[in-house]
Design a protein around this ligand. Structure first.
Ligand SMILES: NC(=O)C1=CN([C@@H]2O[C@H](COP(=O)(O)OP(=O)(O)OC[C@H]3O[C@@H](n4cnc5c(N)ncnc54)[C@H](OP(=O)(O)O)[C@@H]3O)[C@@H](O)[C@H]2O)C=CC1
Ligand SMILES: O=C(O)CCC(=O)C(=O)O
Ligand SMILES: [Mg+2]
Length: 736
């Protein structure tokens, strides 16, 4: 039975879909399209791994595993909403909420003391960070701004901060000792199995990862980030930020890079608050402070100390703040710095947001100030320094006239760094780490020191072939130059370039402008064309896919949430992501306080249309095709008439925009002549929606302005949240 699988996730997207999905279900019902919801929210994912701790009626199925298996089958048709990629603080908050609601799951054991706690931690660690997308993404990524979205941005340009030549904002990155500079890479001539081993200075061998298989043609690379080099880099950059009077700000991807980046984050906190750690290290250790979870963890943990001791530490922290450069703030009103929580500042969104704001971030006084953006590893930092330099030289981009940068991203089967967590280790003692094959040949080796971060990445051959094909297809279909962002001086990229050159020969590329440029050159080439209003496809690896699909969309159309984001699954199915944006916790806060949800579901409209189109092709269902086409028309109309949510309470919000999408969709169905029964069904509905417009909008806006209680954040009360998201009796009656 062919269905569209819809995901239930978290935060703003989950609120929004409770208003939209009833519309969708009502519209597709007569066309033989079934929609099934699968719950992959953080709360559900936690409950799914602890059935043995729950009462029978509290147990839930492991919907993520079900969808993951589905993604490898041709019949997959999945609409994927953004979900929380939980940092430890978010994970703990979700656990606490579940426990308070009577779910007897274990607490997160920071330092497991026995086997039971170790087992609990290992279950939780699978849920931590970016644990959803890598499971569903059994294909490469095709993200672009649809024409209607670009046209809307040109007509209604979002604000764009000016850039001046004397901005002090800059990117700081390491010049040695980092992942980029230490990388080694090979392509396997034959399938094999490997183990990862650490040999200490006395020759004792520790198995870091036991035997696992690799495929023929797979690229593997290994590299290390030196702790010593990292610590001295942070020291220099903190001093330099002070000297230059710019904000210190750290940009990492603690969610996706869930093993390495929290460790790096922790070093930044320890170096920044060095004097506090020198003086109080033993106490902090004793109370279990773990700054890999951010400076916020220290603040939280010292609350347990006797008052005098706590006050002494707080005074020393205040003293240290005075000695150091100001830190960029996440929330200056609440005193939350960039170093408080690793998931607050996520590089893909934080760097473009800063570039949109003239390179400034908020300082502790709540004013915008030039910034030192610290991005330790130099593999990709250059794309941001090149963009910043370009803006300094040429001024800010103009959304009214700039071109567009679609992306074709290598992503399938946990490609590259984003699949490296189970092969990333914080090294315990000096020695050598080796990747050893089945015949005990050493494939890759690095001398290491205690505290270094060693990691290995895998890139399978079939995904690379599929990615090259997708790049050629997109370049041909859109008649747009395409640039492979690959650096011949980087070990991994050099291997990948060989494959790209080989597989490009499989295609007719005559008339196409295809290039391979190192990331910095690719940035400059792309930015120059972008400024001139020209389009350029970026064809990139997995990390740059993530970075570029926020960077350019945020500059071009204000947010990546308005992107069409398709994952053609390698086995023939389709995964349709609703934009590239995240789950916007700020939006939930506003909703709870003011009953106004400013989340824009545009990405969901776009994803649903391509999902319906895919459904029509696979199932030979002509009605699904008409539903897809008319939904796209409705989306264009919605953009044309500016019926998206406003940021301000009392004005149209997410729910109001869903009324409009329903109205325009019904009208488009009533106006088409290809299918008589859809026309007959939707003509009266369109009329009813139109004639009740003011009543419905009034019902949707009159409830705004006061707090709304949905009894929870990670697992709100279903009844309350559905009522809150569907407050118009008139609209509900028409839909039913
Ligand atoms: N695919 C996925 O599942 C992804 C999940 N995430 C997760 O999302 C959470 C938050 O991430 P964060 O880095 O803050 O990034 P977000 O993308 O959630 O938000 C950044 C900002 O972009 C704007 N924005 C994003 N989407 C929309 C939308 N649909 N409508 C209107 N405005 C939007 C909002 O700005 P404004 O203030 O102007 O309203 C928002 O504060 C984290 O838990 C993260 O792990 C992040 C990326 C992808
Ligand atoms: O899965 C995640 O944590 C984030 C995904 C993301 O940022 C992206 O794909 O753009
Ligand atoms: Mg991203």
């Amino acid at each position: 039975m062919s269905k569209i699988f819809y995901t239930k996730t978290d935060e703003a997207p989950a609120l929004a879909t409770r208003s939209l999905l009833p519309v969708v279900k009502a519209f597709v019902k007569s066309s033989g399209i079934e929609i099934e919801t699968k719950d992959i929210s953080l709360a559900a994912r936690i409950l799914a791994v602890f059935p043995d701790f729950l009462k029978e009626e509290q147990r839930v199925s492991d919907d993520l595993a079900i969808l993951g298996a589905l993604a490898t089958k041709p019949e997959a048709n999945i609409v994927k909403l953004p979900n929380i990629s939980a940092s430890i603080p978010q994970l703990k908050a979700a656990i606490k909420e579940l426990q308070s609601k009577g779910y007897a799951i274990p607490s997160y054991p920071d330092e497991p003391q026995n086997d039971t706690e170790k087992e609990a931690k290992s279950r939780y660690d699978k849920i931590k960070g970016s644990a959803v997308n890598p499971i569903l993404r059994e294909g490469n990524s095709d993200r672009r701004a649809p024409k209607a979205v670009k046209n809307y941005a040109k007509k209604n340009p979002h604000s764009m901060g000016a850039w001046s030549k004397d901005s002090k904002t800059h990117v700081a990155t390491m010049s040695n000792g980092d992942f980029y500079n230490n990388e080694k890479s090979i392509t396997l001539p034959e399938a094999t199995s490997i183990t990862i081993e650490h040999t200490d200075s006395k020759g004792n061998i520790t198995i870091l990862k036991d035997k696992f298989g690799l495929l023929k043609g797979e690229i593997i690379d290994a590299t290390i980030l030196s702790k010593k080099a990292l610590v001295s880099f942070f020291k220099e950059q903190i001093a330099d930020a002070k000297a230059k009077d710019v904000l210190f700000s750290l940009h990492m991807k603690g969610t996706m890079m869930k093993v390495s980046d929290p460790i790096i984050f922790g070093h930044a906190v320890k170096v920044f608050f060095k004097d506090v750690f020198d003086k109080h290290g033993a106490t902090l250790e004793k109370i279990g402070v773990d700054v890999n979870n951010g400076f916020g963890n220290l603040i939280e943990k010292i609350q347990e100390l006797p008052e005098a001791q706590r006050k002494e530490i707080e005074a020393d922290i205040a003293g240290e703040f005075k000695k150091r450069p100001a830190i960029a703030m996440v929330n200056s009103d609440k005193g939350i710095t960039n170093l408080h929580v690793p998931s607050d500042v996520i590089i893909d969104a934080s760097m473009p947001a800063m570039i949109r704001t003239s390179g400034r971030m908020y300082n502790p006084e709540g004013k915008l100030q030039d910034t030192k953006a610290v991005i330790p590893d130099s593999s990709y930092a250059g794309i941001y320094s090149a963009t910043i330099d370009f803006c300094k030289e040429n001024g800010a981009f103009d959304p009214k006239t700039m071109g567009t940068v679609p992306n074709v991203g290598l992503m399938a089967q946990a490609a590259e760094e984003y699949g490296s967590h189970n092969k990333t280790f914080e090294i315990a003692t000096d020695g050598i780490v080796r990747v050893v094959d089945a015949s005990r040949n050493t494939l890759l080796e690095h001398p290491v020191e205690a505290g270094d971060i060693w990691r290995m990445c895998q890139t399978k051959d079939a995904p690379v072939q599929d990615w090259v094909k997708l790049a050629v297809t997109r370049a041909r279909a859109s008649e747009t130059p395409a640039v492979f962002w690959l650096d011949e001086n980087r070990a991994h990229d050099a291997e990948l370039i060989k494959k790209v050159n080989t597989y490009l020969k499989d295609y007719e590329t005559k008339g196409l402008d295809l290039r391979i440029l190192a990331p910095i050159d690719a940035t400059l080439f792309t930015c120059k064309r972008l400024k001139e209003g020209k389009d350029t496809i970026s064809v990139s690896g997995n990390v740059l896919r993530d970075y570029l699909t926020d960077l350019f969309p945020i500059l071009e159309v204000g947010t990546s949430a308005k992107m069409l984001s398709i994952v053609p699954l390698m086995n023939g199915g389709g995964l349709f992501e609703t934009g590239a944006g995240g789950s916007a916790p700020k939006h939930v806060e506003q909703f709870i306080n003011e009953n106004h949800l400013r989340w824009d579901s545009l990405g969901e409209f776009l994803a649903l249309a391509v999902s319906l189109e895919h459904f029509s092709e696979v199932n030979n269902n002509s009605k699904a095709k008409i539903l897809a086409e008319t939904l796209d028309e409705a989306t264009e109309q919605l953009l044309e008439n500016n019926n998206g949510p406003s940021r301000n309470v009392g004005e149209i919000d997410n729910r109001g925009s869903h009324y409009y999408i329903a109205k325009y969709w019904a009208e488009a169905l009533a106006n088409q002549d290809s299918d008589g029964s859809l026309k007959a069904e939707f003509t009266p509905i369109a009329k009813e929606l139109a004639s009740n417009e003011s009543v419905i909008l009034n019902e949707l806006s009159s409830i705004q302005g006061s707090p709304v209680n949905i009894e929870g954040y990670y697992i709100p009360n279903e009844k309350l949240v559905n009522e809150a998201m569907r407050p118009s009796k008139t609209f509900n009656a028409i839909l039913s």
